[in-house]
Design a protein. Structure first.
Lengths: 292, 310, 243
């Protein structure tokens, strides 16, 4: 029985890790938390859905459609709306509260445009639904595929941030922006790369999610919340931390629900979130900031 | 006290007294519309006491409405209405004290998402309590009619505007605004930041709790998944921000605008309504900080004499 | 009789020792200066005294009562006021409102707006800000903001005023004006002042005693003349060993 749960936990956890990774990358460049992040995941999910339903495309192919779309949308939002907002001095003065509201407005618009176009109904598609047996556990192939892709990207990310020059530069940028510029790191270019990667990963995660569960226009916000939980668990700006955090949350949620009941799923996630924020706001891997 | 304030308070009271006559001007449909109007005013004006004044944006305010509704549903028929309504207010205040104490230690986007999370958490807790009690929803029989509910709602709206005006003009309000401007500096000059935030939070919860009882009496059916609707929190935020969360009269404009829009669009195109809400929110935040009210104020205000920095 | 006693105070930030075994006392109505290179721990010391930070070691006594570990607003109410090195005005409130806030809270604790306003205007007059009373704080120049910071602190009716580099960024004329204002305030009101400054001529002119910090430790203490000749001070600042 627990192998079953473990696989479910890994699938969920790897998706959570992926989504949080995207949020962290965008945070790293904009220094703002993208409250509309879940909506980009949702868009990826819908692209996969229509890809297979209208065009018969395998979701794997849909990934390569979703990514350019979410990146383009993110860029459009950033350059079209956000950069313009930053020009107003009053906006910048209360930038945290204001940007929150702007992202929030964006998420409302995206959700409801989707609902208007495609109705608020939940949808799902059939893809690789055959069950395979792994030891005592059984799971549809689609979940294993999702796990495989998510896992590969996560492991790739770990390697990337540890070993590649660009990855190290990104970490440096996130930790110490001005110092990075001083040592010659091309800040503007890396900003762009991170930004695109962040939205790309969100779109990818959306496609993978659509393989494993039903989609709806309003599915995004729970993922945003989850992304926040994971990012806080792992420490803001800490790429590797969010990967661990995602897996941890996946495990907590899956086993927690198994011990109680499916209706407790939300309680579990929000309880973890509240607990972490209140008890250890720097996350499990972050360092404590001074009282001031 | 400030004579200008006294005049304003008097004006608000006069308007409220006049508004008592509204139900006699039309039929139940219009009374329903005014009920919507006054209840949203009560909610938005209460919300700005914490979120407008201290800058801690609460995205979970529906939790107070929901709790008030639950308390009302549980006590309906057991105790008289005039006891239920204050009781729902007190319960909401108590909840605010409990969740405010830990939550207000956290700032910015974290506070926003945290309040949302707490709201959802309380919702699901009540869902589970109800199912443990084998209640699939509660029906309230012999609820008061829309006219009575409107009058109570009008009273709450009046109270919320009064409170907003009084707080803004008070020493307490100055302290709250200082917290919003620079929390550390405020604490350094002697503002008890934690207590002030908590007091504002509790104060902002009481009237929404009472509104919850009115809403549940209007719909006569309690279902936690319906009443703890996160969209309500979103609309409260939007109405207040669009109107102008800085001044006590700002939310009135935002409420008026959105409730009228709602009447036009909700029945047939609810998503279009929300899209417009989103667009207005972005537009106002970027181009009209201070909301519509703030922009109007600036258009009509005299220029200060020393306009250039010295 | 000392108003403020710092005893073996230490403060560490994740392994970095910002303050190490600092001890000194300030008597009532004294004017003490704190000197030291950047990173010496001066502002950290102020933050520890005012309650913005908690010391890891040592005690701080004010008016015969321990204040280490108390919250900033409690300490303010006992009569300790501080300015911030990077000024923190309440930008969207007027100059007058800023100072009124100091009058409302802090040790004075005015309850009525009328009394607070009167007190605030009086302070603004003394500091030459009265003509800008209705200006939004964020529209002030840097010199104006520094004065506002001092005015706001004075409105709390402190017994001890901690001034953190209030002269930084001012032109020489502005410095002279500010020094005059501060000296006047020290003389006419019963305020004890501890002042962090880099502008040495101001320290020499205003202070009766100077404490020198270096890398978080006190390396010298004495009158301005004594400190100027102290070999440890000279080597810390100029890197020479005095003959």
């Amino acid at each position: 029985m627990s192998t079953q749960l473990l696989i479910a936990a890994l699938v969920q956890g790897s998706l959570y890790a992926l989504i949080a990774l995207g949020l962290n990358l965008i945070y790293g460049t904009m220094r703002l938390l993208n409250v509309a992040h879940g909506e980009f995941v949702m868009i990826g999910a819908y692209i996969a859905y229509w890809g297979i339903t209208l065009l018969g495309l395998s979701p794997i192919i849909a990934i390569f459609l979703a990514i350019p779309f979410t990146v383009a949308l993110g860029a459009a939002f950033y350059f079209g709306i956000f950069k313009r907002a930053m020009r107003s001095r009053e906006f910048v003065e209360r930038i945290e509260a204001n940007s929150l509201l702007v992202f929030f407005g964006a998420s409302i618009i995206i959700q409801n445009v989707t609902a208007l176009l495609f109705t608020p109904d939940q949808r799902a598609y059939h893809y690789l639904e055959q069950i395979v047996h792994i030891g005592p556990a059984q799971t549809p192939i689609s979940k294993l595929v999702a796990l495989a892709i998510a896992g590969a990207v996560c492991i790739g990310a770990v390697a990337f941030f540890r070993l590649s020059t660009l990855g190290i530069a990104i970490k440096a940028l996130i930790q110490q922006r001005e110092a990075s510029a001083l040592v010659g790191i091309p800040v503007a270019r890396i900003d762009m790369i991170c930004f695109c990667l962040g939205f790309a990963v969100a779109g990818l995660a959306g496609v993978l999610v659509s393989m494993t569960e039903q989609i709806s226009p309003y599915m995004g916000f729970p993922f945003t919340v989850i992304a926040f939980v994971v990012v806080i668990l792992g420490g803001l700006g800490n790429m590797l931390g969010s990967l661990f955090g995602g897996l941890l949350l996946g495990v907590l949620e899956t086993f927690g629900v198994a011990l109680t009941a499916p209706s407790y799923r939300s309680i579990m996630i929000y309880a973890v979130f509240i607990a972490v924020l209140l008890l250890r706001p720097q996350g499990l891997f972050g360092t404590k900031r001074a009282r001031t | 006290m400030n004579p200008h304030l006294n005049r304003t308070l008097g004006l608000v009271t006069l308007v409220a007294l006049l508004a008592i006559a509204l139900p006699w001007l039309g039929n139940d449909y219009y009374t329903g519309f005014f009920f919507e109007l006054v209840t949203w005013i009560a909610l938005a004006e209460s919300w700005i006491i914490i979120s407008g004044m201290t800058g801690y944006v609460s995205l979970g305010h529906v939790v107070f409405i929901g709790l008030g509704a639950y308390v009302a549903a549980l006590t309906w028929m057991e105790i008289p209405l005039w006891t239920i309504i204050p009781l729902t207010g007190l319960s909401a205040g108590a909840l605010a004290a409990v969740i405010g104490y830990p939550c207000l230690r956290v700032r910015g986007p974290y506070f926003v998402i945290l309040t949302f999370g707490v709201s959802e958490l309380v919702k699901f807790i009540i869902v589970n309590i109800e199912s443990a009690l084998s209640q699939a929803g509660r029906t309230l029989f012999a609820a008061p009619d829309i006219n009575d509910l409107y009058f109570i709602g009008l009273g709450l709206a009046w109270a919320s505007v009064m409170i907003a005006l009084l707080v803004r003009d008070s020493r307490f309000g100055a302290g709250l605004r200082a917290i919003r401007e620079n929390e550390e500096a405020a604490e350094t000059i002697g503002v008890s930041v934690s207590w002030f935030k908590l007091a504002a939070f509790v104060l902002s919860a009481i009237i929404p709790g009472m509104v919850g009882s009115l809403l549940i009496l209007r719909s006569t059916y309690f279902d936690p998944l319906q009443i703890f609707n996160p969209q309500t929190s979103v609309l409260i935020v939007t109405m207040a921000v669009i109107g102008g969360s800085d001044r006590p009269f700002g939310p009135l404009l935002g409420v008026a605008l959105l409730v009228v829009l709602q009447e036009l669009l909700w029945a047939n195109l609810p998503q279009l309504y929300m899209i417009i809400v989103g667009v207005l929110l972005i537009g106002v935040v970027i181009w009209m900080p201070g909301g519509v009210y703030g922009r109007l104020q600036r258009a009509f205000a005299a220029k200060p004499t020393a306009a250039r920095p010295t | 009789m000392s108003l403020l006693t710092i005893d073996s105070v230490g403060k560490t930030f994740s392994g970095v020792v910002a303050l190490n075994d600092i001890s000194f006392a300030v008597a009532e109505r004294e004017f003490v200066g704190i000197m030291g290179a950047n990173g010496a721990g001066k502002t950290t010391l102020f933050s520890v005294i005012a309650g913005n930070l908690r010391p890891n070691r040592g005690t701080i006594t004010f008016a015969d009562q321990r204040i280490d570990g108390l919250r900033p607003d409690h300490i303010s109410r006992r009569g300790v006021a501080r300015t911030f090195q990077i000024v923190r005005p309440f930008g969207n409130m007027t100059v007058l409102e800023n100072v009124m806030l100091g009058a409302f809270y802090g040790r004075g604790r005015e309850r009525s707006a009328g009394a607070a306003k009167a007190k605030a205007m009086a302070i603004l007059e003394r500091l030459g800000l009265a003509d800008r009373a209705d200006l939004l704080a964020r529209h002030l120049t840097l010199a104006g903001r520094k004065r506002l910071e001092i005015a706001r602190s004075l409105a709390t009716e402190p017994r001890l005023l901690l001034l953190d580099e209030v002269l930084a960024g001012l032109t020489p004329t502005e410095v002279t004006a500010a020094v005059d204002v501060i000296r006047e305030f020290h003389k006419s009101h019963e305020v004890t002042i501890v002042m962090i400054e880099h502008v040495t001529r101001a320290l020499m002119a205003l202070c009766q005693r100077i404490v020198v910090l270096h890398h978080g430790q006190k390396i010298a203490e004495g009158t301005p003349a004594e400190v100027a000749k102290d070999p440890k001070t000279l080597s810390a600042y100029l890197g020479v060993t005095a003959q």
